[in-house]
Design a protein around this ligand. Structure first.
Ligand SMILES: *Cc1c(COP(=O)(O)O)cnc(C)c1O
Length: 411
């Protein structure tokens, strides 16, 4: 088959076009033809992927959040031209820094990557030999101090650099732990209330001993002033996820802070070789990250909050009259700062466990994912759900399904 004929054949044969893949798109465009085969494909259906209503959280395993049209547009447009990777990182970094009151910023492959890159920069400075040496920490400061209650899993990111973690609880313990090997003081925002030391104490320790401080605010983009609050407060580095509350690309995030530290952090990341060479963010997602951040800052958060309350009321109102049902709407103070429902019931009146309700909602049509299904934080067995990741109208589906299952299990 000649190339022209092959292209014609592919245009007419959706499956063949799909299997051969997108490599042909460019050639087809060159040939002045359109590859209609790739338009309108439903990949979820084609691949047998279960889609669901997310009444749960911006959790990584659930693919976190849905990108708004402005953000996906940035990805589509971004794919149409070549640019220098350093250029797009520079320009987007400048804009992000300005929006968030930071000296500098860079787009990273998520918050985890921001933690690794940021610490790598602290450890190596602008010394390219050290950049190529990590995770061998010879000749570098390599101890990171954090509070025990902040060691909840994400702190492991820091060890990617070869750093050693020193867990402390009290002010005296931090003072005793600081020495000439101390590289950084790390803080996890979501565990603020579990730790003995607050922001001011942590920052004062950094200042006193001239040691950089970093804070992880991964999913804490609500309230919106969290985006600049910690830069204003004086943290040297701030790390946040792009694809959680901000609804940017899931594989993007932001590292922002002091100019010299951001410059050093970038030495370990693409296009440079270094321990973050594998944390590549493509230009499309770098641009989309910027658009998502800008959108998040400019949007009407009061209006959004009212919408969440309205959606929550639809769900609560549909079930609160059921005999034995108890509803409590609360707002987590730090991470996932959004109306959240704790739903429980009298087990003599409704014969079902929280775990069973969670499973039945997941296995229904459409599938609905909720949180909990057990005793959450010492609360009564039941489920928890949130409405901030629902598409308009889905609150009615959730309300109807939860009611249906509660009624079915009522005795
Ligand atoms: C999700 C999360 C991370 C990791 O963020 P990614 O953007 O998925 O890399 C780090 N820290 C905390 C507290 C998180 O919740």
């Amino acid at each position: 088959m000649k190339r022209r004929d092959l292209i014609k054949f592919l245009s007419a044969a959706p499956l063949a076009g799909g299997m051969i893949g997108t490599g042909l798109t460019t050639q087809t465009a060159v040939a002045g033809e359109t590859l209609a085969a790739s338009a309108g494909r439903d990949l979820f259906k084609e691949l047998g992927l279960k889609t669901f209503i997310n009444a749960s959280c911006v959790c990584t395993s659930l693919t976190a959040s849905l990108m708004p049209p402005e953000v996906t547009q940035a990805i589509v447009k971004g794919a149409e031209e070549f640019v220098l990777l350093n250029d797009v990182l520079d320009k987007v970094g400048e804009k992000i820094a300005e929006l968030c009151h930071a000296e500098a910023a860079t787009v990273t492959a998520g918050c985890w990557s921001a933690l690794v890159q940021g610490l790598a920069g602290v450890m190596t400075g602008m010394d390219r030999k050290k950049v190529m040496q990590l995770p061998n920490v010879d000749g570098m400061r390599y101890e990171v101090i954090l509070q025990k209650s902040h060691a909840n899993g994400y702190h492991q990111a820091l060890t990617n650099t070869g750093a050693k973690l020193i867990l402390v609880e009290t002010l005296e313990e931090v003072e005793a732990a600081i020495n000439e090997k101390t590289a950084m003081l790390w803080f996890l925002n979501r565990e603020l209330n579990k730790g003995k030391l607050n922001y001011e104490q942590w920052l004062a320790l950094g200042k006193k001993h001239n040691i950089p401080t970093m804070i992880d605010i991964a999913s804490d983009a609500h309230p919106v002033d969290n985006l600049w609050k910690f830069n204003d407060m004086g943290f040297d580095l701030v790390a946040i996820s792009g694809g959680k509350a901000m609804r940017g690309p899931q594989s993007a995030g932001i590292l922002m802070g002091k100019k010299d530290l951001i410059a050093a952090a970038r030495l370990s990341a693409p296009p440079n070789s270094g321990i973050c060479r594998g944390h590549k963010v493509n230009k499309e997602e770098i641009l989309a990250m910027y658009v998502a951040l800008e959108r998040h800052i400019k949007m009407d958060h009061e209006k959004e909050w009212k919408m969440w309350e309205t959606s929550m009321a639809v769900i609560v109102n549909s079930i609160k009259g059921i005999n034995g049902v108890e509803t409590e709407v609360f707002i987590p103070e730090i991470a996932n700062n959004t109306p959240t429902l704790h739903l429980s019931w009298d087990s003599n009146k409704i014969k079902m466990t929280g775990k069973q309700l969670k499973e039945r909602l997941w296995n229904g049509n459409p599938g609905i994912e909720v949180m909990g299904g057990g005793t959450m934080g010492g609360k009564k067995d039941g489920i928890e759900l949130s409405v901030w990741q629902l598409k308009p109208g889905q609150e009615k589906i959730v309300a109807g399904r939860v009611k249906e299952e509660l009624m079915k299990a009522s005795v």
